[in-house]
Ligand binder design. Sequence first.
Ligand code: SAM
Length: 260
Amino acid sequence: MTDIATTLFDPQELESKVKSMYREVALNPRGEFHFEMGRGLAERLGYSPGDLDRIPGDAIDSFAGVGHHFHLAGLVDGEIVVDLGSGSGMDSFIAALKVGSRGTVIGIDMTDEQLAKASRLAEVEGFDHVTFLKGYIEDVPLRAGTADSVISNGVINLAHDKEKVFREAARLLKRGGRLALSDIVTESQLPESVVCNSTLWAACIGGAAQQDSYRDQIEAAGLKVVRVDDNPQYQFISANAKGASQKYGVKSVSLLAIKP
Ligand SMILES: C[S@@+](CC[C@H](N)C(=O)[O-])C[C@H]1O[C@@H](n2cnc3c(N)ncnc32)[C@H](O)[C@@H]1O
């Protein structure tokens, strides 16, 4: 997948397409997208209504994740969490509830409007132990061994160099730390016609890696995959996205990997 994407795409064109889609997600969450967003989706994926009631509603409205992985992350009081591709901040705020005021959550995102929204919500709603930093998930501006847990939701499929992202996750984790994520993968390798469609890429389909190769890339980064679960409750909504999804087995998974 990395090779096809690198050959077929200008990474800057892809970045600008992804940024423009997620700018809309931050500013206009009730607009039309290929994917579902918001509280109904979050509850269906497994988020607890009680947790959702305790975090900013505007972050939930712009939630564009694809699964739930907090049962895999097993966050405890006082831990440090890095959220790769934090968007408008919903997962970072949920993580903040789990690690408490003695813990720290750092969200990383490249899209200014997502960062601005998440940072404003943290400030206004008093989430003092949550910080949002501008950065690429391929090159995170934090020291090695910072995190007890790295989390990510619906993001790594958007990266054209996934190996680099997983190496970065491994670098950020302490020994024994956990990578818990939800993401889109495929059962069969996608054809060039889908990979080349930058709208489908930005909608979390075109960049999806074949599931075995996704797992191999995590392990090549030095992490041990201990659990992978399918999330059949996640479905794409536009006809175009649904068609590609059914034809190639594009699906959501949640996964836990440990740094030995
Ligand atoms: C599908 S949204 C998911 C956001 C959030 N995790 C959620 O569950 O709502 C993808 C997010 O990843 C960010 N993103 C995509 N590629 C990125 C990259 N290479 N570096 C940093 N952020 C990235 C986008 O700006 C967007 O906010």
